[in-house]
Design a protein around this ligand. Structure first.
Ligand code: FM0
Length: 340
């Protein structure tokens, strides 16, 4: 009982920031992302009746106990749902620069959910798979689909209406996302812990919720219009508001480091010179710069001059989950709820 799946990371243009249920990973706001072509995880799951415990290999090496435990806890949910009691060997290859603080939980859990549910014999729809990925890591539910994707928060307590839907194929609105890695020290507050602290203690959190809801509507409108200026402007504002909530938390924290600010500044300078670029930032010091595909070279050349910039990875919208045989389980040509 074996299957292999490949899933890509995604970058949120409207961020998911806060949970209303930690166990089922139900969010307090809907979010919107674009799946990226460049960074991905390939995972093979093999359920075997000879095994007496789960074993997890990450990038060819036996993973540390803590990581194996996370995978095992996730597989328990899959086993429980399928009514199967077999243990598994899991092999994951992460093509994401994790050491640099780039998030790999989205591609990781999207690939693990797809491979494990298929291997155990569940024949899930993409929507059900998105829900399965969600209970591993919230942002993973969006990586089931390619292109532009919305995670609809839902309202039910059992999570049955909280899943991602594809909005628009990347080819229909090509943009570039430059992943800019800056010199930085270790991330101090993990996103899971950071969002929890913010929900519980930040007086700015209510403001975040109100704005995120409005900005999501505006972002979907920008996608309908294929309006890059709107897309970038809204994404940048939304990221700034998410980070503002952390300053109000108790104890307060901030993901930006001096290198982050240098890149934010450089992006503003590019704009004042007439080169259209916008930034967005997740729960870490690195920056994603959004620009038009035709400006990638010019903007990359300018950003390379910023002293804190270590590396720039140019990305484009990428595909959803595929199995090793190359079958797209979730074909985004099935255009979603953009105008709905
Ligand atoms: O991706 O606690 O999915 O919408 O990256 O595992 O559900 O790692 F900027 C922050 C990602 C949050 C925004 O959180 O959390 C986004 C963030 P989990 P995730």
């Amino acid at each position: 009982m074996k299957a292999t799946a490949k899933a890509h990371t995604n970058i949120a243009l409207i961020k998911y920031w806060g949970k209303r249920n930690d166990r089922l990973i139900l969010p307090t706001n809907s979010s919107l992302s674009v799946t990226l072509d460049r960074f991905y995880t390939v995972t093979t799951v093999d359920f075997d009746k000879e095994r007496t415990e789960d074993v997890f290999y990450l990038n060819g090496e036996l993973a540390p106990e803590k990581e194996t435990k996370k995978v095992s806890t996730y597989l328990n949910k899959v086993r429980e749902f399928a009514g199967v009691e077999l243990f598994a060997s899991v092999f994951s290859e992460n093509h994401v620069p994790t050491a640099a603080g780039f998030a790999s939980s989205a591609s990781g859990y999207a690939a693990l959910s797809a491979a494990s549910t298929k291997a155990i014999g569940l024949n899930l729809t993409p929507r059900e798979l998105s829900q399965f990925a969600r209970i591993g890591s919230g942002s993973a539910c969006r990586s089931i689909y390619g292109g532009y994707v919305e995670w609809q928060m839902g309202e039910k307590n059992d999570g049955s209406d909280s899943y991602a839907v594809p909005l628009l194929d990347g080819k229909e609105f090509p943009i570039a996302v430059l992943s800019v890695m800056v010199n930085a020290s270790e991330k101090k507050v993990l996103s899971r812990e950071g969002m929890k602290r913010t929900v519980e203690t930040s007086p700015f959190y209510q403001g975040w919720l109100e704005s995120a809801e409005k900005e999501l509507v505006e972002m979907k409108h920008a996608l309908t219009l294929r309006d890059f200026t709107r897309l970038g402007t809204i994404a940048e504002k939304n990221a700034l508001k998410m980070h503002a909530t952390t300053l109000g938390a108790d104890p307060p924290f901030l993901y930006w480091q001096s290198g982050t600010l240098q890149v934010m500044d450089a992006v503003e300078n590019l704009r004042s010179k007439g080169l259209e670029a916008y930034f967005t930032i997740d729960a870490g010091p690195n920056v994603k710069v959004l620009c038009q595909p035709s400006d990638v070279e010019k903007i990359t050349a300018q950003l390379k001059e910023v002293p804190s910039v270590q590396h720039i990875y140019p990305c484009q919208p990428g595909p959803g989950v595929t199995y090793l045989d190359g079958v797209h389980i979730a074909d985004v040509n099935n255009r979603g709820d953009l105008d709905g």
